[in-house]
Design a protein around this ligand. Sequence first.
Ligand SMILES: Nc1ncnc2c1ncn2[C@@H]1O[C@H](COP(=O)(O)OP(=O)(O)OP(=O)(O)O)[C@@H](O)[C@H]1O
Length: 718
Amino acid sequence: MSMATASASVTSPLLQKISLTGFSTRTRHASKLKLSLHQSCTFAPFSLISPTKSSRLKNISSLESRAYVTGPPIVSESDPRINGLETNTVGAEPPKLISWRLLLSLLVQHKLRISVSVLALVGGTTCTLSMPIFSGRFFEVLIGARKEPLWKLLSKVGLLYSLEPIFTVIFVVNMNTLWETVMSTLRAQIFRRVLIQKAEFFDRYKVGELSGLLTSDLGSLKDVVSENISRDRGFRALSEVVGTICILFALSPQLAPILGLLMLFVSVSVAIYKRSTVPVFKAHGMAQASMSDCVTETFSAIRTVRSFGGEKRQMLMFGSQVLAYQRSGMKLGTFKSINESLTRVAVYISLLALYCLGGSKVKAGELSVGTVASFIGYTFTLTFAVQGLVNTFGDLRGTFAAVERINSVISGAEIDEALAYGLEKDIQKKEDDENIKLFISNGAFGKSQQLDSHYMSALKSTSDVGRLAWSGGVALEDVHFSYPLRPDVEILNGLNLTLKCGTVTALVGSSGSGKSTIVQLLARFYEPTRGRITVSGEDVRTFDKSEWARVVSIVNQEPVLFSVSVGENIAYGLPDDTVSKDDIIKAAKAANAHEFIISLPQGYDTLVGERGGLLSGGQRQRIAIARALLKNAPILILDEATSALDAVSERLVQDALNHLMEGRTTLVIAHRLSTVQNAHQIALCSNGQITELGSHLELLARKGQYASLVDTQRLAFE
Ligand SMILES: Nc1ncnc2c1ncn2[C@@H]1O[C@H](COP(=O)(O)OP(=O)(O)OP(=O)(O)O)[C@@H](O)[C@H]1O
């Protein structure tokens, strides 16, 4: 499709949507993009636009829409999602990912477990709180103040003692199972949500921060239940505090207000003091962490330490960490003993008050000995339960902070919709897979995570992209691009380049000229801020990113392998399919990798270590090429693929690459110009544009920038 035809057509709602969501937060481009919208509108006479479309355009322009792509309408009807999105999200805070509503809706999916847990909690607490009453009766029977046979009383006590642990097990098991299930769903959904973020999200946050969200922050939410289902914590503590106070009032309305209040006051004060010492415990944990960091750093960099004779320095550093740990440990010991004593002080004060008040009432004949004995039991129950409750509330503060962290990182971040929809579609195909079920959005996560079938239907059919990529070239048309984190620096500025179908294009240029950026755009890690990329003339944004990923293979200078076996790494070329061992071997042979793989201790089953660290650079490279061969994608990008290798490895890898390039539309980036001379065309990237294009000889004859680059390298070589 020519640009002229494209410009004259009505802006596609889908592409409007893509640009709308893709750039909704970047007001810096507003004026530029508004102009583009204006252009697309002027090209499309309003008489041609249906009322729905014209109102949509109005809405979009009121939103400072960034519609910049013109082309034939891909969807002929209006897209309710686009309209809905406009009216619902303008100026509104993004909905929180983890909210009370979400937790509640996840919990209500387990009504039966909740009911059983509540009944078991009530049963267990009733048993616990009945025990002091029976202790009182026991004393009364012993001193003859009660006419109940001892065996009868003891059998009731025996029954209580048997039931309480049973109720506890039922409560703990049910609550634990229920919360683990909720947490797994939550964890999986958050993982998925992070996975579908735009590339700039991963530029913005460190890997450690993101893994912290899924491990320690979610762990803190998990602990709300798992750490609070034991006796003396959370739910049990709350029910015991409430129950004890009620019983105290029922047993002795005169004593209860004074004693109850006193016990509460003392226990709460002690508990609050103990909470205030939490930082001392944390500091000790941190001192331990720094000590272990020092050990890790020293031993992981042992060769560097040796080569600089840095042993003494490391010892000094470790010594200071050890002493800091020792000091914090001693401080912690003091606080621990104070805390322990204070708990006893709380019990002693309550008991003393009980003996004074209760004793005088017993003497005056206003209270039975049994009741005072029961009160002793309740003193212990209340003291420990109140402390547990205060601890639970203290922990909740940390949990709220953790949830807030997750929400602040994820809720406002823009998901990559073209990726999200493709993924959702793939997931739905595998609904029956147990591992995938966790990731399937259910009602609890709201519409935002559900497949929008209307949007999906607006994308091209899945078979198209492969056919187009095998039969036509890839073109970058007037591409402008700035990285989202550096919006003011335009890296590409009106770049045009066509990769002809089945041929090799080499991209050269000085460092920082934008070569890798072009790769990132071709891979669709980022989208152009203006202009478009096409395959066989079709805008690539009309394909979801899972489909696009299937037609593009990238082999980098530092290919990343996963810490699984060699065979599994090669099979990753087709992650969705079951790959036969024969196919893996065939790919490895074609990539010159088979020989070294079979010489490894476990052949294809040998683990490659973290990021492939147990293999050499050249071996990693050949496995990556085998992976790409297996993938069999029509578009191939080689980003400095051989520049880190020695001569022998380079030859082996280059042979493998030649094999891989056959018949594919290939873009090669290489610093060493000697490696790209045979390319069908060489493009020189400079100042964000292609300034020279032609074969090696043509460019040499032109005596331009390419020719001087070649001269510089020749001189350097000589
Ligand atoms: N993720 C990013 N965010 C912001 N700026 C970036 C990012 N990646 C690259 N850049 C900037 O974009 C410019 C072009 O970088 P690019 O990596 O595309 O150059 P290059 O031609 O591949 O360089 P080299 O040959 O040294 O690899 C550089 O100025 C770089 O600092």
